[in-house]
Design a binder for this molecule. Structure first.
Ligand code: C5P
Length: 208
């Protein structure tokens, strides 16, 4: 039976890690959709285009190839910020819808995480999780992640970044960060990755 798991949540809420673990557990493919917006921003920056160039961003989104996303170049802090600028453009989002829905439509199903998976991309998903954690806890996690990657990081600056990015993502008119009415909220402020995974499995087994 095909199962689509939609995971949404603010920056650094742990939805990516949770998505990967659920996908491995159920033997499903996983798409971190934040990488798509990061890739569009990365393309603009590499090509020397302005981040607010809607035509260039839309062209980059249309040309995006899922098989060629270079994770390492996209994960940095500056790219998250840049991604949220292009992600507010309706034509960029529209260019990425078909690709995400095709991924979700694979025969066995899929796990997708992002900001609008449960609300826009996969409104009929079998399970919708909305993963949150306090902004301070998310900043601590992002800081640990960046330090582990060897990126110099300042926790206060990261907290500010996260707050600004959440606000931009939640206030944009097109596909804002929002909790789907049928989503299950999962607050991971006091949970580690194992705890979040166990809680998510509990939710999934209660609805499937
Ligand atoms: O999840 P991640 O931090 O990689 O996402 C980077 C940015 O991409 C987000 O801040 C958001 O603006 C955008 N995004 C989005 N919709 C998604 C996934 C990410 O708008 N489904």
């Amino acid at each position: 039976m095909a199962m689509i798991i939609a995971i949404d949540g603010p920056a650094a809420s742990g939805k990516g890690t949770l998505g990967r673990r659920l996908a491995a557990h159920f033997g499903l493919p996983h798409l971190d959709t934040g990488l798509l917006y990061r890739a569009v921003a990365h393309h603009l920056i590499s090509a020397g285009e302005a981040l607010d160039d809607v035509a260039a961003a839309t062209a980059a989104a249309r040309a995006l190839d899922l098989q060629r996303l270079d994770d390492a170049a996209l994960r940095g802090r500056a790219m998250g910020e840049a991604a949220s600028i292009v992600a507010a453009m309706p034509s960029v989002r529209e260019a990425l819808v078909a690709l995400q829905r095709a991924f979700a439509g694979q025969p066995g199903g899929a796990v997708l995480d992002g900001r609008d998976i449960g609300t826009v991309i996969c409104p009929g998903a079998d399970v919708k999780l909305f993963v949150t954690a306090s902004a301070e806890e998310r900043a601590r996690r992002r800081w640990r992640e960046l330090v582990a990657r060897g990126e110099p990081a300042d926790q206060a600056a990261i907290l500010e970044d996260i707050r600004r990015r959440d606000q931009r993502d939640a206030e944009r008119p097109t596909a804002p960060l929002a909790v789907a009415s049928d989503a299950h909220r999962l607050d991971t402020t006091h949970l580690d990755a194992d705890g979040a995974f166990a809680a998510a499995l509990g939710i999934i087994s209660s609805v499937m």
